[in-house]
Design a protein around this ligand. Structure first.
Ligand code: CMP
Length: 148
């Protein structure tokens, strides 16, 4: 089914032109529609809110620090099965898994550590709707679904 997902290119990848270019090319060559895109800088409090579900995790502080360290490139992507499709293109969260088992994925190519893993993607329709609303308040997620 046609789905939307929220994709974020993380600050360390935005700062590296070759990584940014390669990630954008993968989005296009894998036939995602880019419905909306913007560059944003998150305040620390915004990053804390976005990643609230990870508050108890040992990596929460470094994640929030990374995500508020520079501009993010945020995209609403659409495709059949977009959520899983984008997650497959990203590859595993853990950088050693990505590099050794799926080196052609975005994280395999551009991940630097488990935190600086280059990209984010929604993990369910519920989180996609929440994350799209976080970055693009007022974007009509259900309206898009009805039109395709
Ligand atoms: P993301 O898809 O943005 O969602 C949660 C983020 O937490 C994840 O990508 C990583 O950046 C970070 N993360 C997840 N697991 C770990 C880990 N084991 N160690 C460090 N950072 C992690």
């Amino acid at each position: 089914c046609f789905q939307l997902t929220l994709a974020i290119i993380k600050p360390h990848a935005v700062k590296m032109p070759s990584a940014l270019h390669s990630i954008r090319r993968k989005i296009i060559s894998n036939n995602f529609y880019v419905l909306n895109t913007k560059e944003v800088m998150l305040a620390k409090a915004d990053a804390e809110r976005f990643y609230g579900e990870h508050k108890q995790k040992f990596f929460y502080n470094r994640l929030v620090t990374l995500m508020s360290s520079g501009p993010l490139h945020v995209h609403i992507l659409a495709k059949d099965n977009a959520i899983q499709s984008w997650r497959e293109l990203m590859g595993p969260t853990k950088v050693y898994m990505a590099q050794f088992t799926q080196p052609a994925t975005i994280r395999g190519e551009h991940g630097l550590s488990d935190t600086r893993n280059a990209v984010h993607g929604s993990d369910s329709e519920t989180s996609a709707a929440r994350e799209i609303d976080f970055f693009f308040p007022g974007f009509n997620v259900d309206g898009w679904r009805e039109r395709v």
